[in-house]
Design a protein around this ligand. Structure first.
Ligand code: V55
Ligand code: FE
Length: 487
C-alpha cells in the first residue's frame, strides 16, 4: 500500500499518477492536421515513492515524461519516468532515499554525493537527443522516441559547472542551444555559467560569472548579442537547510537585477541593472536587442507567487499580489546609469507560462501566447493546483496591434502550458497551431487540444483523448521530425 501524504501537494487534482504506458493511435474528436510530423514532449513531477517528508512539495517529484508522436494525422502516446540516478537507487531500495527539495542534508547517508536531479522541469530535443532538465543538476540525456535514459552529460568533460538550466533557448540563426547554470560551484554558491551547445551537441564555450546574491535563477533571456539574467530574491542559505526549512524563501528587501552578458564576452564585460522596485518574475516570454537597448518580456507580480517558498519574514502569502501580468523591461548597455530604462505593463490578463513562435527567439517578435487565469469564470472541479492558480484560458497578444484574444476551457477544466507549432517551416510568424494539455478535473480525463494560433476564439479543431487525467505538469517542447534521430 502506498501512502502518500494527505496534503494538497498529493491529493485532489495533484493525486499521484505514476503511470508508464504506451498507447497507439489515440482517439481524436475533430481533425488533426495530417502534415504535422514531430514530437511533443512534456513532463510532470510525480513522486515514484511516498516522500521522506510529509510536507514534500510539488517541485520535488520525479520527472514523468509524456511523448505525443504526431504523424499522418495519428498520435501515439508514450509515458516514461526519466531514469535519474535518484530514481534508479530508490527503485532498488523500494523507497525514497532522497529527502527535501534542494536539501541534501535530508538525504540518506547511502546517497550522499549523488546527483539529486529529478529531471522534472523541461524535456527538450537538441542534437538528436532529449535533454531532461532540472536546474540543480547536469542535463539527463534520453532517447527522444524510446524515452530510454542514457545518463547525465558533462559534454565530454567540457562542462565544468555543476548545473544546467531547465530553460535553454535554441537560437534560430545559429542553431545553438544557449544555456546557463547557477550554484555552478556547489550548492548555494553565487557562481553561474553561460554556455552554448552546437547543433551537433558540442559544448562550444562556458563562461563563468558571479551573481550579486544567490537566488533561484529559473529562466533567462537570450538576444542576438546578449545573455540576460533576471535576479529575483527567492533566496536561501545554509541556516535554512540545516533547519530543514523550505530551500527557498522570498526576501522583498533585496533588489531585483537584470544582468547582461555579451554572448561572446567574459564576466568583466557584464553589467547588472537595478529594477525600480522588487517584484516577482519567473518565466521569460522572449528577449531581443536593438543595438545597445535590450528588451526583456516577462510576467511580473507585485509579490511572491510561490506559497511553498514562504516570505523570509513570515509575511502571509498574498494571492492577489501573486498575480503576474506580462511586462516589458528595458535596459541600455550604452547608458551610464545602472538603473532600468523603463518598465511597461503590456496586458491586464493574469498570465504565466508565456510562449512564442520560437523561430523568433532572440529576435524582435510580434506574437505571444500564455496561460491566463480569469478569476471571474466559474469552476466546478475540486481543489487548486500547485501554486493555487487555476489557469482557465489561453491568451494571445499581438505586440504590433495590441490586440488580445483568448480561448476559455470551460468550468470543469484547467490548462497546462501551451506550445506553438508553425504551419510550415517558412510560414509567417504566428501562422500555425497552439497545442495544450487540458485537464478535466470533474471527469478525470485529459485532452491534448489543437487550436489555430491566430484564431484562438474558434476553439479546438481537435481534441486528442487521453484515457486518464495527467497530473499538473511544467514545460513541454515541440520537435519537428527533421530534428529526430530516425523516423
Ligand atoms: C520551477 C520548477 C522547478 C524548480 C524550480 O518555477 C522552479 C518553476 C519543477 O521544478 O526546481
Ligand atoms: Fe519553468
Amino acid at each position: 500500500m502506498a501512502y502518500f501524504p494527505d496534503t494538497t501537494a498529493f491529493t485532489g487534482v495533484l493525486n499521484p499518477l505514476r503511470l508508464e504506458v504506451d498507447l497507439i493511435d489515440l482517439e481524436v474528436e475533430g481533425e488533426v492536421p495530417s502534415h504535422l510530423d514531430g514530437t511533443f514532449h512534456r513532463v510532470q513531477p510525480d513522486a515514484q515513492f511516498p516522500p521522506k517528508y510529509d510536507d514534500d512539495q510539488f517541485f520535488n517529484g520525479d520527472g514523468l515524461i509524456t511523448l505525443f508522436r504526431f504523424k499522418d494525422g495519428r498520435i501515439d502516446l508514450k509515458q516514461r519516468y526519466a531514469l535519474t540516478d535518484k530514481l534508479r537507487v530508490e527503485r532498488e531500495a523500494g523507497k525514497a532515499l532522497f529527502g527535501a527539495y534542494r536539501n541534501p542534508l535530508t538525504d540518506d547517508e547511502s546517497v550522499k554525493g549523488m546527483i539529486r536531479s529529478t529531471a522534472n522541469t523541461t524535456p527538450i530535443v537538441h542534437a538528436g537527443k532529449l535533454y531532461a532538465l532540472k536546474e540543480d543538476s547536469p542535463a539527463l540525456v534520453m532517447d527522444p522516441l524510446t524515452l530510454e535514459t542514457e545518463g547525465f552529460t558533462d559534454f565530454n568533460g567540457k562542462m565544468k559547472g555543476q548545473t544546467f538550466t531547465a530553460h535553454p533557448k535554441i537560437d534560430p540563426k545559429t542553431g545553438n542551444m544557449c544555456a546557463f547554470g547557477y550554484a555552478s560551484k556547489g550548492l548555494l554558491t553565487r557562481d553561474c555559467t553561460y554556455m552554448e551547445v552546437s547543433p551537433e551537441g558540442e559544448l562550444l564555450f562556458e563562461t563563468f560569472f558571479e551573481a550579486p546574491y544567490y537566488c533561484m535563477m529559473h529562466d533567462f533571456g537570450v538576444t542576438e548579442d546578449y545573455a540576460v539574467f533576471h535576479l529575483v530574491p527567492i533566496t536561501s542559505n545554509w541556516d535554512r537547510l540545516k533547519a530543514n526549512k523550505p530551500h527557498f524563501g522570498f526576501d522583498i528587501s533585496l533588489p531585483v537585477y537584470l544582468g547582461v552578458l555579451p554572448r561572446q564576452g567574459e564576466a568583466k564585460d557584464m553589467r547588472w541593472f537595478k529594477a525600480p522596485k522588487t517584484v516577482f518574475a519567473s518565466h521569460v516570454m522572449n528577449a531581443f536587442n536593438d543595438g545597445s537597448k535590450i528588451y526583456f518580456d516577462i510576467p511580473q507580480a507585485e509579490g511572491n507567487a510561490f506559497p511553498f517558498f514562504p516570505d523570509i519574514n513570515d509575511a502571509p502569502f498574498d494571492p492577489v499580489a501573486a498575480r503576474p501580468y506580462l511586462h516589458r523591461w528595458c535596459v541600455d548597455m550604452s547608458s551610464n546609469s545602472d538603473e532600468f530604462t523603463s518598465v511597461e505593463k503590456l496586458t491586464d490578463m493574469i498570465d504565466e507560462f508565456p510562449r512564442i513562435d520560437e523561430r523568433y527567439a532572440t529576435q524582435a517578435y510580434r506574437h505571444g501566447w500564455m496561460l491566463v487565469m480569469d478569476p471571474d469564470m466559474a469552476y466546478e472541479g475540486p481543489g487548486a493546483r500547485a501554486a493555487g492558480f487555476r489557469m482557465n484560458k489561453i491568451g494571445h497578444i499581438d505586440m504590433a496591434t495590441g490586440k488580445q484574444d483568448f480561448w476559455y476551457c470551460g468550468p470543469q477544466s484547467m490548462i497546462q502550458e501551451p506550445q506553438f507549432i508553425p504551419r510550415s517551416a517558412d510560414a509567417p510568424e504566428g501562422d500555425g497551431y497552439i497545442i495544450a494539455v487540458v485537464d478535466n478535473c470533474v471527469t478525470n480525463y485529459s485532452d491534448l487540444v489543437i487550436l489555430d494560433a491566430l484564431h484562438l476564439e474558434d476553439g479546438p479543431m481537435a481534441r486528442i483523448k487521453i484515457p486518464f487525467r495527467l497530473r499538473s505538469g511544467l514545460h513541454g517542447t515541440w520537435a519537428d521530425a527533421s530534428k529526430l534521430p530516425r523516423n
